[in-house]
Ligand binder design. Structure first.
Ligand code: FAD
Ligand code: NAI
Length: 475
């Protein structure tokens, strides 16, 4: 017996579950299929983001930051704690509880919005005259018929060629979030977002962390000035980052792993560690979809080919999130999910990649939106830059964290904001103002004239806007 829906969504990560909810709000009958299992084998909707990505990593970043504050900063405030120690299994258990709250929250939202959830693997069976037949395999197999299919199957960690993850010594993001003890020495390959966030967690807890990065430039996607400032802070913290290396053989040893590599200078080197995290990017999940059965077009990386509206080569089949082109970010996946549901309903939404914020939740945090200074230079665009350091911000001084700066780039002629770049305390929150400003095509002068609460970190954004016109008041 088959069940018929207007829309079937495959994958309940941020792209899929949000698309399903929005489609249900618009009056469609919607099913969402997801295969993720919790430790008891039950459903765990939320995808990579909820289970082994955004949420658990931020839980561990919070715990490890508290630990570091207690160890290094409480005394200055007159707080005496005695010896501070970390109970790693308890920290991991708390993280698991946070994940479960989010899994349960999504199941609740499905019920509330009347989205029918299927726990199992979803795959294409065949194209019908109008729509598609899909199979759900798993504990409760089912056959579904749908007029529209939204594929949101996400991505998984990319392994080094010939070095599979065992999640014991050689860890993906999954194993990196489940360690039950602090490794004495931790090696990481890839100084991207995961490498920096996970490296920060385990360094704060006492591991000696070395990150090997292939590119000669640190955080090449970020604004150079911001990347430089962040690198200085990481160096001070003792997070070792070697740039421009070429990783060679990775071997298991009695104590962990040994990584042979060539340094930027050309010298051969060996890094030994108890554990290795490989964070060199992610690959789209399309294997389980039986895409061939319907002729769904994939590119050479295995990603689903879509146009700017997330339409695939098949009528009525859409794809969103990590499984398609564009930044692999949860909020990008969500925006695409909403946009596709609304497109199906005949609305005209659009997702502007230029105003998608990037945030790296290290300490200092790093956040940006829009163009970097090097991109503007390369494009030959005339711009003005305004910079304000947190050192001159009263709230940052009271917090005891004055690292970093806010930088605003504006068009030289029109003053329109072209990019905002931040490194410092809580910039993950401050960046939202910049995103709103850019969406509304604000000028730097607009932000400079908006009243910001005092004392607040957001005053640094106002001052950076004033700096664009060379009239900072507090620096
Ligand atoms: P996913 O979240 O990967 O979800 C896809 C779902 O589909 C999964 O549940 C999968 O099991 C399921 N699935 C796959 N194939 C099938 C099938 N055939 N049948 C049924 N189900 C299937 N992004 C941010 O924006 N902020 C962050 O702070 C952040 N932190 C991160 C930290 C880490 C360690 C990692 C790894 C990623 C992080 N990301 C972050 C990226 C973010 O997790 C992804 O961009 C986001 O999860 C993509 O959402 P998605 O819905 O496209 O796919
Ligand atoms: P990444 O693309 O951010 O970084 C990978 C790094 O590995 C790059 O610097 C790259 O040059 C380097 N690299 C690649 N191959 C290498 C090799 N063979 N040897 C040495 N270095 C090599 O990818 P990452 O960190 O795996 O994260 C995947 C994605 O997940 C990110 O792109 C991001 O979209 C998302 N994410 C987002 C977070 C956030 O928003 N805060 C947090 C974590 C992940």
């Amino acid at each position: 017996m088959s069940q018929t829906f207007d829309i079937v969504v495959i994958g309940a990560g941020p792209g899929g579950y949000i698309a399903a909810i929005r489609a249900a709000q618009l009056g469609y009958t919607v099913a969402c299929i997801d295969e993720w299992k919790n430790a008891a084998g039950g459903p765990a909707p939320g995808g990579t983001c909820t289970n082994v990505g955004c949420i658990p990593s931020k839980a561990l970043l919070q715990s490890s930051e508290y630990f570091e504050h207690a160890r290094l900063h409480f005394a200055e405030h007159g707080i005496a704690t005695g010896a501070v120690r970390i109970d790693v299994p308890q920290m991991i258990a708390r993280k698991d509880a946070v994940v479960k709250q989010n899994n349960d929250g999504i199941l609740y939202l499905f019920k509330k919005n009347k989205v029918t959830f299927f726990h199992g693997r979803g795959s294409f069976v065949r194209a019908l005259e109008s729509g598609y037949e899909l199979a759900v395999s798993g504990a409760q197999p089912a056959t579904l018929l749908a007029r529209h299919v939204i594929v949101a199957t996400g991505s998984r960690a990319r392994a080094l060629p010939g070095v599979p993850f065992d999640e014991e010594r050689i860890l993906s993001n999954d194993g990196a979030l489940r360690l039950q003890a602090v490794p004495k020495r931790l090696a990481i390959i890839g100084a991207g977002v995961i490498g920096l966030e996970m490296g920060s967690v385990w360094r704060r807890l006492g591991a000696e962390v070395t990150i090997l990065e292939g590119l000669p430039t640190f955080l090449a996607a970020a604004d150079e000035q911001i990347a430089k400032e962040a690198k200085k802070a990481f160096d001070r913290q003792g997070l070792k980052i070697e740039l421009g290396v070429k990783v060679g053989e990775v071997k298991a040893t009695k104590k962990g792993v040994a990584i042979a590599y060539t340094q930027a200078s050309g010298a051969e080197a060996m890094l030994e560690a108890e554990r290795l995290i490989v964070s060199i990017g992610r690959v789209p999940n399309t294997e389980g979809l039986n895409a061939e059965a319907v002729g769904l077009k994939l590119d050479e990386r295995g990603a689903i080919v879509v146009d700017e509206l997330c339409r695939t080569n098949l009528p009525g089949v859409w794809a969103v999130g990590d499984v398609v082109r564009g930044p692999m970010l949860a909020h990008k996946a969500e925006e695409e999910g909403v946009a596709v549901a609304e497109r199906i309903a005949g609305q005209r939404p659009h997702v502007d990649f230029n105003t998608i914020p990037w945030v790296i939740y290290t300490s200092p945090e790093i956040a940006w939106v829009g163009q970097t200074e090097q991109q503007l230079k390369a494009a030959g665009r005339a711009y003005k830059a305004g910079v304000f350091p947190f050192m001159a911000n009263g709230r940052a001084r009271a917090l005891g964290d004055t690292t970093g700066l806010v930088k605003i780039l504006a068009d030289a002629a029109t003053d329109e904001i072209l990019g905002v770049h931040m490194v410092g305390p809580m910039v993950s929150e401050l960046i939202a103002e910049a995103v709103v400003a850019m969406e509304f095509k604000a000028s730097a002068e607009d932000i400079a004239r908006i009243c910001h609460a005092h004392p607040s970190l957001s005053e640094a954004t106002k001052e950076a806007a004033l700096a664009v016109d060379k009239r900072t008041l507090n620096f």
